[in-house]
Write a new protein. Structure first.
Length: 229
């Protein structure tokens, strides 16, 4: 069997800085590459550090882990490397690690191939205002149906450009799968805090989400403000 390889941007220890698991110690495996260009994304500017096999990644994770038992698979967009993840995730699971997958929530078929090894799915919903007007409602709907068999929460990054209409459509989409799926409204954050306009938008959108969902939280990108990696 030929070992799968992937471009890896970095592997490192830090604390989770987004979503409902903020503060959780994790080993982050950041895969390179994404086919979206979100207006607030800074990961697309990073260059891949090298090609690694699944065994290489496991060895590096073990060397950093100590007592840490959670591995965040992030990117870029990890599900673009589905064949690689099919080899890597079973290795991590057998080594005693729980898998936390961060994804743009578009590739349902790729998720189906690996979901049995995933403990938590942190799914983004990409609003049209964030991706140059492109719409992914159908893709997000299929992804939610697949991801619902795992432990799932949804993040929506918001800023001054986020509209009530697109946000309400996202909240309705989640609620059609289940109104109990946790939603994190994530105002765009920087090292010097949250822009006032993004915070105000987030507060307004909390009220819209409340018409559709039961578990809503507004959590900024804590790692940026705290200086975590």
């Amino acid at each position: 069997m030929i070992s799968q390889t992937a471009f890896i941007s970095e592997i490192f220890f830090s604390l989770q800085g987004e979503g409902i698991f903020v503060g959780l110690p994790q080993i982050f495996v950041r895969l390179s590459g994404c086919d979206l260009s979100c207006v607030w994304c800074d990961e697309r500017l990073k260059e891949p550090q090298g090609i690694m096999t699944a065994s290489d990644v496991l060895d590096r994770v073990r060397s950093l882990a100590g007592s840490v038992s959670s591995v965040a698979i992030t990117g870029g967009e990890p599900l673009l490397c589905g064949a690689f993840l099919k080899e890597l995730l079973p290795l991590l699971e057998r080594a005693g690690f729980a898998i936390y997958l961060e994804t743009n929530g578009i590739y349902a078929s790729a998720l189906e191939e690996i979901i049995d090894w995933v403990s938590v799915i942190a799914m983004d919903i990409k609003l049209p205002s964030a991706v140059g007007g492109r719409e992914f409602w159908a893709e997000h709907t299929r992804f939610l149906k697949t991801a619902a068999s795992s432990s799932l929460f949804v993040k929506i990054v918001v800023d001054a450009a986020t509209t009530d209409k697109e946000f309400a459509q996202a909240a309705e989409l989640i609620a059609r799968q289940s109104p109990h799926i946790p939603l994190v409204i994530q105002p765009v954050s920087h090292g010097n805090g949250i822009p006032r306009e993004a915070l105000q938008r987030g507060e307004a959108l909390l009220r819209i989400a409340g018409f559709h969902l039961k578990d809503i939280r507004m959590i900024p990108q804590v790692h940026k403000m705290a200086g975590w990696r």
